[in-house]
Design a protein around this ligand. Structure first.
Ligand code: P6P
Length: 335
């Protein structure tokens, strides 16, 4: 495959992608630069004293890992200067971040999880940056308000993630399919390695934290049990895989198929995963790749967040597997 860079790919597809405007290209360029900078830190985490937490607790009530803080700072600094944004939302920040007037203000809003899976940092397991892009609501001028950001999932115009794993990968969509790029550290460029990614219709992996069994409803137990004992439409049974880093578990599902599940439970009645910076972007990618994403009752992208850090149950992956969960919940009268 010829060395196709992200910029070249966007220009090639610009006429096709409804939202790949010049401003959007600039947004992606700075997202890529942020990813390369974060990769530099995650790549040498074991060598510096960035391991371990800072002792602080973030808005989610989670211990802030030093790399979390570094990644959040890199994203805020770089993206505020990209010229395409009017506001941002970070999993690490309680409120929206308005782009200051000393920087060029754009029409897009970026929501991101700077370093998802951070609990895995100290054991050298994949972590990732997840991002969601939407436009400022038409006609809204002046200072961006929080309600401008609380948009229905289907209003995203782009989404993706950067996976810091054995190789650093960028996977994103602007509404014209899902495309994967691998960082060539030798030249410092993300090169097209996975053009037009499709989530397999049939998969043989289910991914869920079985340790939550005691807190699940009978309907959720029935849904998870189905994958333990059931067979896919091709007659093959399922294997269990759970990394505990959403980006890694999703990336495997995107390539191999199957289903990733984070159900609600008695301790997390709204679910654990964040609607805006985790469920929305990955659901956008799953649908663009021919898969499905549900909260167990209906389409994730039909949801509108009530607040910036709203959470949701998430069932995402091969269409037939997500529909199996929805069918069981419907038969059981709900989650
Ligand atoms: P649990 C990491 O904190 C995260 O948000 C996702 O990356 C991951 O999939 C999930 O939480 C793991 O949660 O409860 O299984 O440890």
């Amino acid at each position: 495959m010829a060395d196709i860079t992200v910029t070249e790919h966007l220009l090639l597809h610009q006429k096709l992608s409804p939202h790949a405007t010049g401003q959007f290209t600039g947004l992606l360029y700075d997202l890529i630069l942020s990813g390369k900078t974060i990769a530099r830190h995650t790549g040498k985490a074991g060598l510096m004293d960035v391991l371990g937490g800072t002792g602080e607790v973030n808005v989610q009530g989670e211990n802030v890992q030093k790399l979390d803080e570094i990644a959040n700072r890199i994203m805020k600094y770089r993206m505020e200067r990209c010229g395409a944004l009017c506001a941002m939302g970070s999993e690490e920040e309680a409120d929206i971040i308005r782009v200051r007037p000393e920087f060029p203000i754009g029409d897009y809003i970026l929501i991101f999880d700077p370093l998802d899976g951070s609990t895995n940092i100290d054991v050298n397991i994949d972590v990732g940056t997840i991002f969601s892009i939407m436009r400022r609501p038409d006609g809204r001028k002046g200072e961006v308000e929080t309600e401008d950001v609380l948009q229905k999932g289907s209003r995203q115009v782009g989404a993706g993630y950067i996976l810091y794993g054995p190789s650093t990968m960028l996977v994103f969509s602007t509404g014209n399919g899902v495309h994967g790029f691998t960082l060539d550290p030798g030249v410092g460029e993300f090169l097209l390695s996975h053009p037009d990614m499709h989530l397999p219709v049939v998969g043989h992996t289910y991914s869920v934290n079985d340790g939550n069994w005691r807190n699940w409803s009978p309907a959720t137990r029935k849904a998870v049990d189905w994958f333990r004992t059931g067979k896919a439409s091709d007659g093959k049974s399922y294997s269990a895989r759970y990394v505990g880093s959403l980006v890694a578990d999703f990336h495997r599902t995107l390539i191999y198929g199957g289903i990733y599940m984070y159900p609600a439970d008695t301790k997390k009645p709204e679910g654990k995963l964040r609607m805006m910076c985790e469920a929305f972007p990955l659901s956008y990618l799953a649908e663009q790749a021919g898969g499905k994403a549900s909260d167990g009752r209906g389409r994730i992208l039909d949801r509108t967040p009530g607040h910036l850090h709203a959470r949701t149950p998430l069932f995402i992956g091969s269409k037939e597997d997500v529909e199996t969960v929805e069918r069981i919940y419907a038969e059981e009268g709900g989650a």
